[in-house]
Design a binder for this molecule. Structure first.
Ligand code: PA5
Length: 440
């Protein structure tokens, strides 16, 4: 399954490794015994085994219907109600060219407030049959609510209110909130964001699974991968990759490595890094603490960020996601005239070149004072990705407890919302709006 190699990063540690791991074991126990802060948000721990099987079947039925009646599924959501689905879909579907096998395209909206983007999407939907999956746990988040209001009207104008209601799927709280109310009124099929699972931990609920299944990705394999990783972790307390990762990154933080870069050598993993950044940033960045999660796509960013990583402020640690084998190797041929000087690689496949770039970069960064760990997956598929997601989730819970924060709340997210509402003139925010306008 997944392998974590910290052997080249650990020599950087000033603290004793056994002591760090012992500390991580205490944090792991908090998580498993559900005695730590935020323990009412631990529904994700057993999710790969313990999920609503009826809803799971409804998700697959909805995905089949969307395949039948839509060329595009527009997924409307932001943050934890968006990034997990995008991470899995972009990792496992072709990044260039059309979706294959008759599955719909999956397009995303409501993850910013750009009218340019929304107009672009609306124009691209012209002449295409589409469905909408609107996802919001609270049901009141501004970005998706605005996009949904516009897209709902577009769909209703196109196919009529009744048919639109059959093509809109709402993923939200089981009983509360504006979206649930609207969905019940309009008769949309509803899927549930469980009470005990926060947005950033929700990829294996309907939040992620409906768009992922609609994209034609094997959700059984995704869940199985997560279940296998869960088993490995629960069966080996104190001795599994998640605890090692959590212990290492906290040890390095204490030595001033305040930024962790997640690096990939596979462009499809770009949004896995975005998902990871939310998971770790929102879980740990509080009370003046935390490791800043950053990411790079390599070798692309070696030509832009490589200089800083090699040679800039030494506050960095790096974690590489390595895919050992790609599914379709590209073998380089020989040219009669070796003008580009690449004939020495004739007969080699691009995996060899990518792996050599990765290994060479790892050693260069180690020489530059950046501790580098490597997470290896044999191949990138639904099973290995499920394992990777669960690994990061579990490690994040442990890591947050080592750090001494509640990894399952996000109080800081409200500040920008209050200011935005005040500046927008939302009823109830008038006085705050006046104050803010004076400061602008
Ligand atoms: O993790 C979180 O809590 C946030 O990223 C939310 O998921 C995000 O703000 C979207 O919230 P909601 O699902 O309520 O629309």
């Amino acid at each position: 399954m997944l392998k974590l190699d910290t052997s080249k990063a650990r020599p950087f540690l000033q603290a004793d490794w056994a002591e760090l791991k012992a500390e991580a074991s205490v944090a792991e126990k908090f998580l498993k015994d559900r005695t730590g802060a935020g323990n009412d948000f631990l529904g994700w721990i057993d999710l790969p085994e313990n999920y609503d099987k009826d809803e799971y079947a409804r998700i697959q039925a909805a995905a089949r219907k969307i395949k039948e009646d839509s060329d595009v599924l527009v997924v409307v959501g932001i943050g934890g109600s968006y990034l997990g689905a995008r991470a899995v879909i972009e990792a496992l579907r072709p990044l260039v060219g059309p979706a294959k096998d008759g599955y719909p395209e999956i397009w995303f909206a409501g993850n910013q407030i750009s009218s340019t983007y929304l107009n672009n999407l609306i124009r691209a939907l012209e002449g295409r049959r589409f469905s909408i999956n609107v996802i919001s746990k609270s049901g009141t988040t501004t970005e998706p609510a605005i996009a949904f209001r516009v897209l709902k009207k577009l769909l209703e104008d196109k196919v009529g209110k009744e048919e639109a209601a059959r093509r809109i799927y709402a993923t939200t709280d089981k009983a509360r909130g504006a979206l649930k109310k609207l969905a019940d009124k309009e008769g949309y099929e509803c899927f549930v964001v469980p009470d005990d699972i926060g947005g950033r931990y929700s990829v294996l609920t309907a939040v992620g699974l409906l768009p992922i299944a609609a994209a034609g990705i094997d959700v059984d394999a995704l869940m199985q991968g997560a279940a296998d990783m869960r088993r490995l972790i629960l069966d080996n307390p104190g001795n599994h990759p998640a605890i090692e990762y959590a212990a290492l990154r906290n040890g390095l933080l204490r030595q001033g490595k305040q930024v962790e870069i997640l690096a990939n050598y596979e462009p499809g993993l770009h949004f896995v890094s975005e998902w990871w950044k939310q998971l770790y940033g929102e879980s740990e960045g509080k009370d003046g603490k935390g490791i800043f999660p950053a990411s790079v796509d390599l070798t692309t960013d070696l030509h832009s960020m490589g200089q800083f990583i090699q040679d800039g402020n030494r506050i960095l640690m790096e974690t590489v996601i390595r895919i050992a084998h790609s599914s379709e190797p590209v073998v380089l041929g020989a040219e009669a005239e070796d003008l580009d000087g690449l004939n020495y690689l004739a007969g080699r496949d691009m995996d060899f070149v990518n792996e050599s770039a990765m290994r060479g970069t790892q050693l260069a960064h180690l020489d530059g004072g950046v501790p580098v760990s490597v997470i290896s997956l044999e191949t990138l598929n639904a099973h290995s990705l499920g394992a990777l997601l669960y690994f990061f989730e579990f490690a994040c819970g442990i890591s947050g407890y080592i750090l001494g924060v509640n990894p399952f709340d996000q109080p800081g997210v409200e500040s920008y919302k209050k200011n935005m509402f005040a500046l927008l003139g939302k009823p109830g925010f008038e006085a705050a709006g006046e104050e803010l306008r004076k400061r602008l």
